[in-house]
Design a protein around this ligand. Sequence first.
Ligand code: ZN
Length: 190
Amino acid sequence: MRSWIGLLAAVAVLALALGARAQRGAAPSKSIPANAQESSSKQDKIKIFSVKQGEVIMVDRVKKSDEEWKSVLTPQQFEVTRRGGTERAFTGKYWDHHERGIYRCIGCGTDLFASDTKFESGTGWPSFWKPVAPENLLERDESSPFGMVKELRCKRCEAHLGHVFDDGPKPTGLRYCINSASLAFDPAEQ
Ligand SMILES: [Zn+2]
């Protein structure tokens, strides 16, 4: 009971102080919760699947300014991954690439697609029927001249990768149509 009275008194004092401050015409200070920094750093951790480790791991999100991205990407990689561009069909590094290994995100190295799910789509872009793990990707509805399509981004750095369509082969029936410029190939260890 006594502690309630103490609390009420503290609230009253605070209200009086705030009132006095408002009367003096002081600009209201922005209220920033004490734990704001903590919660934003928690949000910066995400779960992705690591092929090498064979399990879901916690990693930091990768955020860079345009200038920083430009310093680590080629102009075409920047245009595709940070501006949502599309490379011309049959011009990319991987549409006709058949080695065994893992295709990773060019921006942050997240494992995205495995060579054993790559197929010949005839489109001129590397095409897969399944990602390494759905949690490594972000899907977003996007309107296009052909209707609504699903845009794909890397979950960790939000690089634009390409689109997913529902006209792919079995067993998923999906076609992940990806720009070579968004990918870095890591050959499998023999
Ligand atoms: Zn990425």
